[in-house]
Ligand binder design. Sequence first.
Ligand SMILES: Cc1cc2nc3c(=O)[nH]c(=O)nc-3n(C[C@H](O)[C@H](O)[C@H](O)COP(=O)(O)OP(=O)(O)OC[C@H]3O[C@@H](n4cnc5c(N)ncnc54)[C@H](O)[C@@H]3O)c2cc1C
Length: 357
Amino acid sequence: MLFDIAIVGGGPVGSMIAKISSSRGYKTIVFEEHDEVGIPVRCAGLVSERVIKIHGEGIINKIKGADIVFPNGREIRIGGNRVHAYVINRRIFDKSMAEEAMANGAEYRLEKKVKRINFKNGIFSIEGEKARILIGADGPKSMVAKNFSMGKLQYINAIQGYGKYDMDEQYVKIFLGNDLAPKFFAWIIPAEKARIGLGTTEKNLKQHFKKFLKNIDARVDEITSGLIPIGLRKFVRKKVALAGDAAGQVKATSGGGLYTGLMAAKILANNIENLNNYEKEYMKSIGKELQRCLLLRKIFIKLSDNSLNKFASFVEKNVDLINKYGDIDYPSIVAKQLLKSPFSFQKRKSASSQKEN
Ligand SMILES: Cc1cc2nc3c(=O)[nH]c(=O)nc-3n(C[C@H](O)[C@H](O)[C@H](O)COP(=O)(O)OP(=O)(O)OC[C@H]3O[C@@H](n4cnc5c(N)ncnc54)[C@H](O)[C@@H]3O)c2cc1C
């Protein structure tokens, strides 16, 4: 049978595309290398309300804010009384999305790792099946991207485990420090068993994680590691499109990719017959925010521990502003407001240079 759409990857983004396209009558097939959708889980599962509105399955906790721990140990709480984020069970979230796609008529080939794709006379041949449109929703190391030379990404190495941790169950904890988690951060997400993890661009991930666990006096099991992509690939090449982590559609500030990937899935599914529109529409909307996040990351990775500790005082003075404008899907909104704040780093710098003159 000739399928309209073949999707490599049965993660949330692949399944969301399959769910929409099959509901519109497109014959859709999804290839997933694992024997079950939703495992292994390589995600902290912290998402905004926007994600819940797209797919509200698997909620296990509601989060009101974050305690940020700076390199000198100073801890500052941001957030407030309203719910800012949700913790989800990714296994349930991904599985229920795939079930909805199947209920709409999408076919899944589980335990089918796509190794080769051929393209001839306008038709893709993938693991014995044929399709006229190909979508790579196959995660950060996307074989589809590689196969069709759609660009390269950089990566953050991330590791996470589950363990008991005594904490306020409505606040996540974020730890900053160049010694602790170089060029990224460490986290504890409260859930029945806390999700304790760390990301860094450095290779000795396990050593950093061991040290972090010792610092916070925690033990974890079910440890998994994964990659967080940084940068953006080309999304479209003729009848091939990438979406989600495969395209690098992840916030470089936090590594969060569910909202940005699901938005891509929606926009892509709406432009399935004109893929170039997908890239244009995405870049005009959430894509711009991803570019701003890349800029913010460039600034963040240059901060020494000393600067991070100074930044703590700045954060403390601006807690109300952060609480008002903070949005985990659009971090640039609060960043812009912080630049305008009377305590802004920039203004202090120019005031001191005026004094010097
Ligand atoms: C440690 C960690 C913590 C994170 N925490 C958060 C968070 O709190 N909030 C958030 O929003 N995001 C978070 N993310 C990011 C989030 O997990 C991803 O953005 C999201 O999973 C992207 O979905 P996807 O469908 O694009 O890719 P994936 O979820 O990676 O799915 C890709 C699928 O493709 C399959 N696949 C790959 N290659 C092949 C192949 N050749 N053949 C067949 N199948 C294939 C894989 O098995 C997988 O099922 C985190 C990431 C990591 C690593």
